[in-house]
Design a protein around this ligand. Sequence first.
Ligand code: CO8
Length: 257
Amino acid sequence: MEYKILEISISEGIALITINRPEALNALNTRFFQEMDEAIATISKNHEVKVMVITGSGKAFVAGADIAEMVDKNSDEGSDFSRIGQNTFRSLEKMKIPVIAAINGFALGGGLELAMGCDIRIASTKAKFGQPEVNLGLIPGYAATQRLSRLVGLGDALYLLMSADMIGAEDALRIGLVQKVVEPEVLMEEVMKIAKTIASKGPMAVKKVKAVTRQGFLMDFEKGCELEADQFGSLFGKGSEGEEGMKAFLEKRKPNW
Ligand code: CO8
């Protein structure tokens, strides 16, 4: 597929996806979801890639689903458009490698839902966050009703969802919606530093941390602990990543993954 909205570059084990439709503040349309599905599939097959980063061009990360595309939809088409986005953002969570959102500006509606589908969110001081769907007589359709309360707790989630208040990066940090806030000029530098740090760790261990933590978050505690014990054990043994990591520590050298 020829990418018209996404720009993709891969360097030093990091795939960078830039959403590039600044004239519409990177609003999410059908074409975006087609390209994003393709990008996720392609990057998932590239074993050189250890971390994926998503950002937006211009003054927005993403200012929501494309209102111009949605306005004429009927009820069934609305639900279909919701499922398309839900599936794409769920597949970010299902990717084996970590996904970081570099939030450069507006992350509203579907844009915040995209950021919440990522594993880690780093924001510029210029970023703005909100779920403004009720302004449009809508509710979120790409799983904010499910993910927001899981990330920030029920009170702050219901406040944001019901009031449509647009909050700044410091408030987003305070409620745990983002993990770090940095100056705009150094956003990509900081995000790449974090990505490279993660990429330098045991690659199998990083993937298993993501899978076990994410699966455990949605399952019963005892079952989650069982899953952890199984996956912990899978990193041991002759020729395993754990063996190399532990030997390297004891031999005071860098691991050779
Ligand atoms: N969709 C389509 N176009 C958009 C969107 C959007 N979400 N946001 C901005 N644009 C367009 C504007 O229409 C404008 O286009 P034009 O130049 O042709 O008039 C251009 O981008 C620039 O925007 P503004 O001139 O408005 O820029 P400002 O800096 O003045 O304002 C704001 C920035 C505050 C971000 C403002 O653009 C705004 O309020 N945007 C809409 C935000 C919004 O309501 N987002 C939620 C959308 S609904 C949603 O995401 C639901 C997700 C689930 C969908 C489920 C599917 C059924």
